[in-house]
Design a protein around this ligand. Structure first.
Ligand code: GLP
Length: 243
C-alpha cells in the first residue's frame, strides 16, 4: 500500500482530486467507484471547481457508488443518490444514466444488487475505486462480522454506522434505515486501482489496525492489504498510529 501523507484535510482533497483529474485526462471514458460520507466532500468540491474551469470533463465518465440505504430514494436528503447529485453529479454535468447508484426503493433488493454487479461488469470494471473508511473499519457498508460477502449485497447496519449517518436523519440514529446495499469486498478488490481517503484523529486507530494488523473480517478495510495498487491518502492525524 502506498501512503501519501498530507498536512491537512484540504491537502488530502487536493491530491485526491489531482489523481482523478490525471485519470480523466488520460482516460476520458474512465469508470469510477465513488464514496459518500463527510471525508470526500472537499474532493468533490475541488472536482466541481476544476470541471467549472474546464480543466476536466465528466461527459464520458461512468461511475458506480459503493452503497445506498434500503427504503429511501432520491427525494430523501439522507439518500446517497441525493448526496451524489448535490456534491458531484449536478455540478460536473455527469450525463443522466452514467452515475449509477443502487436503487434503495427497488422492490427486490437482492435483484437490485445482482443488477448492479452486472452493470459494473458490463462497463468493463472499475478503473479507480475511491473509498472512505468507517470508524469501525467498514468499507462501503461491509461491516465487521464473522464472515463477509464478496459481491454486492444487502446488509443490516451496525449501531455505530447508523450513528455516523444520523446527520441527515434529524440527528436520530433510530431514523437511519436499518438496512443498506453495498458492493462487496470482492467487488471492490476487482477494481484496477483503489484510493482510500482518511482524515482526522478519530480514525487513527482504525488506520493502524487496517495497515499493521491481520487481514480479518472484523476489520473489513484490512482486506485492502491484498490488493496490489492501493493508495492511502491521509492527513497526519489519521496516520499518527501507523507503525
Ligand atoms: C458511510 C459510508 C462509507 C463511508 C463512511 C465514512 O458509512 N457508507 O462508505 O466511508 O460513511 O464516513 P465519513 O467520511 O463521514 O467518516
Amino acid at each position: 500500500m502506498i501512503i501519501s501523507l498530507c498536512d491537512s484535510p484540504q491537502d488530502v482533497a487536493d491530491l485526491a482530486a489531482q489523481r482523478v483529474a490525471d485519470l480523466l485526462l488520460d482516460t476520458p471514458r474512465a469508470v469510477l467507484g465513488l464514496p459518500t460520507g463527510r471525508t470526500p466532500i472537499a474532493m468533490y468540491d475541488e472536482l466541481a471547481a476544476r470541471a467549472s474551469a474546464g480543466e476536466i470533463d465528466f461527459s464520458q465518465v461512468t461511475s458506480f457508488n459503493l452503497d445506498e440505504f434500503v427504503g429511501i430514494g432520491e427525494s430523501h436528503p439522507g439518500s446517497y443518490r441525493a448526496y451524489m447529485k448535490q456534491h458531484l453529479f449536478d455540478r460536473v454535468g455527469l450525463p443522466a444514466g452514467q452515475g449509477h447508484v443502487l436503487d434503495g426503493l427497488a422492490a427486490d433488493a437482492d435483484a437490485e444488487c445482482a443488477r448492479f454487479e452486472a452493470a459494473i461488469e458490463a462497463a468493463g470494471g472499475i478503473d479507480l475505486m475511491i473509498l472512505g473508511l468507517g470508524a469501525n473499519g467498514h468499507i462501503g457498508f461491509n461491516e465487521p462480522d464473522a464472515a463477509l460477502q464478496a459481491r454486492t449485497h444487502r446488509v443490516t447496519l451496525l449501531e455505530p454506522s447508523r450513528k455516523a449517518n444520523a446527520d441527515f436523519f434529524d440527528g436520530d440514529p433510530a431514523k437511519v434505515p436499518a438496512e443498506a446495499m453495498t458492493m462487496g469486498m470482492g467487488t471492490i478488490l476487482k477494481s484496477r486501482r483503489i484510493m482510500l481517503l482518511v482524515t482526522g484523529s478519530g480514525k487513527a486507530a482504525t488506520v493502524a489496525a487496517m495497515i499493521n494488523g491481520p487481514v480479518t473480517t472484523q476489520m473489513p478495510a484490512s482486506f485492502l492489504q491484498l490488493h496490489g495498487h492501493v493508495e492511502l491518502i491521509c492527513d497526519s492525524e489519521a496516520a499518527a498510529q501507523i507503525r
